[in-house]
Design a protein around this ligand. Structure first.
Ligand code: FES
Length: 108
């Protein structure tokens, strides 16, 4: 099991859950009450599953596809470590993500 840390948009609330490596991050987030809509359920048509990945963990993820990068252009509060949770598999090790829109930026 992999420890996944979810930070609220303001960085104040931290929720830690364990999930199997390879799990779809959107599923882990929704199963644990995180405020990600994921309206299209991974059909790459909404960008409502946008999360900001910690810089360290971002570097360990496989790169986003061109389609994901294009869709991120429609998300709010995008940073250089933004990803769509429906396209991210929980990697070995650990994973920390923040809900977008907060004052705290994991990329700093
Ligand atoms: S759930 Fe719609 S793009 Fe991820």
């Amino acid at each position: 099991m992999i420890r996944v840390r979810f930070l609220s948009a303001d960085g104040e609330t931290v929720s830690e859950v364990d999930a199997p490596a390879g799990s779809r991050l959107l599923d882990v987030a929704q199963a644990n009450g995180q405020p990600l809509e994921g309206t299209c359920e991974g059909a790459m048509a909404c960008s409502t599953c946008h999360v900001i990945v910690s810089a360290e963990d971002f570097a360990r993820l496989p790169p986003a596809s061109e389609e994901e990068d294009d869709l991120l252009d429609f998300a709010f509060h995008v940073t250089r470590t933004s990803r769509l949770a429906c396209q991210v598999a929980v990697p070995e090790g650990a994973l920390t993500v923040q809900m977008p829109g907060g004052a705290v930026n994991l990329d700093r």
